[in-house]
Design a protein around this ligand. Sequence first.
Ligand code: GLC
Length: 560
Amino acid sequence: MSENIKSREWKWWETGVVYQIYPLSFADANGDGKGDLQGIIQRLDYLNDGNPNSKTSLGIDAIWLSPINKSPMVDNGYDISDYKSIGKVFGTLEDFELLVEESHKRGMKVVMDLVINHTSNQHDWFIESASSKDNPKADWYLWQDPEPKGKVPNNWLSYFGGTAWTFNEQRGQYYYHTFNKHQPDLNWRNPEVKKAIYDTIRYWLDKGVDGFRLDASSVYSKDKYYRYNPVKFGATDKNAYNNQDQLYTKNLPENHQIIRELRQIADEYGDRVIMGETFIDSPLYDSTIFYGFNNDELHLAFAFEFPFSPWYPGYLQREIEKKELLTPADNWPTYFLDNHDIPRHLSRWVECSLCTNPEGIAQAAATLLLTIRGTPVLYYGQELGMVNHVEIPEEQLQDKAVVKTSTGETPPPRDGARTPMQWDDSANAGFSFGKAVRPWLPVNENYLELNVKAALSDKDSILHFYRQLLKVRKNSEALQIGSWRSLIYYPDEHLAYLRESENETVLVLLNFSYEKDLTFDQPLEKANWQVLLSNHWTRDTMLFLPDKLQPFEVTVLKKV
Ligand code: GLC
C-alpha cells in the first residue's frame, strides 16, 4: 500500500457510490407522464432510507440529477433557459429544497448537472445577444460573419450532426453550437459570461447542493482565431465529429483555467465535488489531464472506458491498467457502465461470443464496477438489469437534439436507455404511481417480470445481487480505498485482482465463460479466504482457494 493511501483524508465522493437519476424517467408524482422532483422524493427510501441494515434500500451515498432547470427541452434539460429556476415539469424551487433536505436526512448528497458550455437559444441572454451586433450581450456567444457567398465560417462540426454553425437573420451572422442549433455555445472568453455563470454556481451552492456534474466540460473554450480543425488520420467513426481532430474546439489551455476557477469556487464551500464529463475521444488522456497538474481541476473526471470496451476481460483490464497508470497520485478515478447518452451495458454486451448468460454478465459487470479502485456511478435501473427499449415506435421517439444529416453520420437517438424506471407490475410499471397516464417514453415491456417490487422479493434477482454488493463495499476498507493489483497479465477468460488496504485484502474473481482452472501469473500467498459475496459459494464459506472457477462464477473473498 502506498504512503498516499495511508495519509489521505477520504472524502465522501471517493469512498461513496453515486447514482444518476434521469429526472424525466424516475418517478412521476403528479401523473402528467413525466418524472418530477416530488416523484424522486417519494422514492428516496429505495436509494437510501438511512438504515444501514435496510431490507429494501440500496444504500446509495449521492444522487446526481440530470438537469432540472427551466428549459424548452429540446435536449431534455441540457438546454437551459434560466439557470436559477426549476423547470415547471419537474416542480418548484421548494420541491428542490425539500429534495436536498430529505436526501441529506438519509445521508445522501445531491449533485446537480451544470450545463454551462451552452444555453438554450430561448435563454434571455441569447435572445438579447442575437438582437443586434451592438447590444450589451452581443459578445456573450460565438458569432462570426459568413464567408464569401454566405458560407459557414469554418469546418467545425456539431457533435449532434452537420455543421456547428447556424445563420441568424437578425444579426446577419452565424453562431456556433457544439451540439444542437438550439444550444448556442457561450463565449467563455468574455469575463461577463464567467461572472454570470459563477454567480449561478454560488446560488446553488448556497442552497446546499453538494456539487456539480459539469456537462461537456472539455469544450468550453474555442480557438479565438477560429482555425480549421484538421482531419483525424485514419478515423472512420459513424459520427463525423469524431473524424475531425478537435484541436481548436476541445481541451484548450483556457478550458483548464475555467475548470480551475470552478474548482476554487467549489472549494470555498468546503466538502463539495465537481465531477466533469471529459468527452469525447482519447478518453484516458482527456480525463486524467482534467485533474490538473496540482490537483486543482476536477475532483472526478469521467471518461468512457467501459462504455467503449467490449465485454472482454483483456480490454477491460487494459482500461483499468491505463487509468491506474495515468491518474495522478493525489487524484481519484471514477467509472461507470451506463448513462443517459449510451445504450445500457446489458444491451451493448449481449452480442459477444461468450454472452450466453446475461444474468452472469450483469453480476460480473456489477462486481467489476463496484470492486475496482475508484468511485462507481450507477445509472437508474442498472441495478435491476434494465435493458434498452429497442422497439420504440418512431413517432414516440423524443431525442430531438440529435439531427439526421444527409450522410447519416450522427449518433443514434438515445431514447432506448431513458425509458421509465420499472417499479412494479402495475400500469406503466408504477412510474406514475399506478396512474394509467401515458409516460413520455414507453415503458420497456419486460417490466411485468423486471421491476423493483418483484426483484426485492426474489433472492436470485440482479437487484438483490447489487444490494448485497453495495453492502459488502460499504463495509470493506479495501474495496473503498485499497490499491488495485491484477494477478493475471493478459486475461482472456477471467479476471482476478486484489484490493489491498492497511487492514484488509480482498480478492475478486470474475469468470467470463465456462468452467476453467484457476491459475494466476502472480503468485498468491497461501491463506484462508472468506466468501463475502458469490453467485456460487454461500456467504461466509471459508475456502482455501478453489482450483476451479465455475461457469460465470463471480466471487469476492476476504483474506482471513
Ligand atoms: C452531454 C450530455 C448530453 C447532452 C450534451 C449537450 O454530453 O450528457 O446528454 O446532450 O452534453 O448538453
